[in-house]
Ligand binder design. Structure first.
Ligand code: AMP
Length: 568
């Protein structure tokens, strides 16, 4: 079975295409969104999603969140004394989603369409595909998130649509796509974005604003870094969400016996978020300019991604486009639903017979060159584009380059992605050196062909006509080139982790929630929660389903009461 997965920075979701319809699959707790959070204990026990988030305040060093932001880098997360690559942790989330589909349909999916931010570079895409492989999935397609959302939006009532713009601001990334739909063809005209901008940054801005007020005595400085960050982040997110529905909200943090609190108004938050809001404008302008469409020609501004719920972002959009955005697709569900529509397309489902989709390469790809200037000097480190941004994909383009030195024996091509004139301002993707017959400068040329496929993966071929030789490079970081054996080894390591049995998911989640409540409070209430937890643990130990059910109801009701009495 083929499934569609939205592997998000904050939340992930999985959908299936079934009986001519896209459908989200609930997790073991009945949630349609699974927080992209993983906690691992020393004994290899794993927590995924909401329970992992609840457990985080007490075990920040053993919990990973926002790991999507590190995809394609060499950074690792250290959980329970072992290093995990971002793709390993992603694989743990993907496996959980696979199990959810299996629980619903009775069938284990083996193939998936996974979404990535349009602005993800080649390394980030390859890391995502590896995450799928590590989770035992063959990834038939990577599809851009705004494109998936456009599919979900475009197919809502199947009519033709004037150009519309998908504005996708998630937890960690920002993408803009201009899309048109006619005669069943969903055509992405242009994409642009910023893969380092999302709700997380608004959390940081809010925390920075509040910290001096919240903590005049510098208590926070005495807490270990990781724990401080985790506490601030969680408090900031809660406060920011509250600000989405109220003019002011309290920023609350509990450290041991001390409760730190400060009130933030929407206006203060807006001012603090101003530099971030300004960064939303440029990708919009660039995408519109690249496809020569005027903002006035857009029929709709479609909002996707949880962070578009922030009033400060909605206001900015309204100002930017001079009209209110469209909220007819569910901002958190559209991407996964669109991915499952793409899965239906890959699987050639009859209900999708007339639909086709065309996407673009959202950034420029090229090589490093040197140019002779008119004074005889050599300007090095310049970028020579081969595939210009927003070219429809799949695409294959070739450019020819000549030697610059007499008797030169090889030409080295460094491959870059980006828009800067000098390669130092772009992202290096790889390098290939090809031998050439020694001749006077300029007499030997090499043809460099870039092929960019529909999943956004790049292949480079270099042909030297004089020698007749060809060389091929599939771009992967050298140190990051895992072979089959490595993938198998990492899969085996993931397989050794201990998952809670599915039928216990509710109990595990409730325990994590109760422990979080314990950490959040002080004094008598904290003691009381501790007592409830002991009782609940005792009931679990009896393994008597009736007692467990009673104890669970009791604890859940008490926690509801405690939480509804909280200041937020
Ligand atoms: P996504 O990556 O699309 O799941 O988006 C997650 C981001 O949306 C996170 O930064 C959340 O804090 C943010 N978010 C979700 N709901 C809200 C809300 N009601 N108000 C403000 N931000 C929200």
């Amino acid at each position: 079975m083929l499934i569609g997965i939205d592997l998000g920075t904050t939340n992930s979701a999985v959908a299936i295409w079934q009986n001519g319809e896209a459908r989200l699959v609930p997790n073991a707790l009945g949630e349609l969104l699974t927080p992209s959070a993983v906690g691992i204990a020393k004994d290899g026990q794993v927590w995924i999603g909401t329970p992992a988030l609840d457990r985080m305040a007490g075990h920040p060093q053993d919990t990973a969140t926002s790991f999507k932001r590190l995809m394609g880098t060499q950074r690792t997360a250290r959980l329970a004394a072992r290093d995990y690559k971002p793709e390993d942790v992603s694989a743990i989330v993907l496996e959980a989603l696979v199990r959810d589909v299996e629980a619903l349909t009775g069938e284990k999916p083996t193939e998936a369409v996974i979404t990535v931010p349009a602005y993800f570079n080649d390394r980030q895409r390859k890391a995502t595909r590896r995450a799928g492989e590590l989770a035992g999935l063959s990834v038939s397609r990577l599809i851009n998130e705004p494109t998936a959302a456009a599919l979900a939006f475009g197919l809502q009532d199947k009519g033709d649509r004037e150009p519309f713009l998908v504005f996708d601001l998630g937890g960690g990334t920002f993408d803009v796509s201009v899309v048109e739909m006619f005669d069943g063809i969903v055509e992405v005209r242009a994409s642009a974005g910023d893969n380092r901008l999302g709700g997380d940054d608004f959390d940081d801005a809010l925390a920075a604003l509040v910290k001096p007020r919240l903590d005049p005595e510098g208590m926070l400085a005495q807490i270990p870094d990781e724990r401080r960050q985790a506490l601030l982040k969680r408090a900031a997110e809660r406060c920011r969400r509250a600000l989405s529905t109220a003019g002011e909200a309290e920023f609350v943090l509990t450290i041991g016996e001390t409760r730190l609190a400060a009130t933030v108004t929407e206006a203060e938050f807006e001012a603090a978020a101003e530099p971030l809001v300004r960064r939303l404008r440029e990708p919009v302008v660039r995408a519109l300019r690249d496809c020569a469409i005027d903002a006035a020609e857009l029929s709709e501004i479609v909002l996707v991604g949880g962070a578009t719920r922030m009033p400060v972002v909605r206001k900015a959009i309204t100002r930017l486009f001079g009209r209110f955005p469209n909220s007819s697709v569910h901002p958190d569900h559209a991407v996964a639903l669109g991915a499952s529509i793409q899965a239906g397309l890959v699987g050639r489902d009859a209900a999708l017979d007339e639909i086709r989709i065309t996407d673009v390469c959202p950034f420029t790809l090229g090589v490093e060159v040197a140019e002779q200037d008119r004074y005889g000097g050599l300007q090095r480190g310049l970028f020579s584009p081969i595939i210009e941004r927003n070219t429809p994909v799949p695409v294959s383009r070739v450019n020819s380059y000549s030697t610059m030195g007499d008797g030169q024996k090889q030409i080295e091509f460094a491959i870059y992605q980006g828009e800067a004139r000098e390669v130092s301002g772009n992202v290096k993707l790889g390098q290939i050196a090809v031998p050439v017959p020694p001749r006077p400068a300029g007499e030997v040329s090499a043809e460099v062909r870039f092929s960019y496929d529909s999943s956004g993966l790049l292949e480079v071929d270099v042909h030297v006509p004089l020698s007749g030789e060809s060389h091929n490079l599939v771009i992967v970081d050298e140190e990051d080139r895992p072979d089959r054996k490595d993938i198998e080894k990492r899969r085996a390591a993931l397989a050794r982790l201990k998952h809670h049995p599915r039928e216990e998911a509710g109990n595990v989640a409730l325990m994590a929630r109760a422990e979080r409540a314990y950490e959040d409070h002080i004094g008598e209430l904290r003691q009381m929660i501790g007592h409830w937890i002991t009782e609940y643990a005792g009931a679990l130990d009896t393994q008597d389903p009736r007692r467990i059910a009673d104890a669970r109801d009791f604890l859940a009701t008490r926690l509801d009461e405690v939480e509804s009495a909280s200041p937020l």
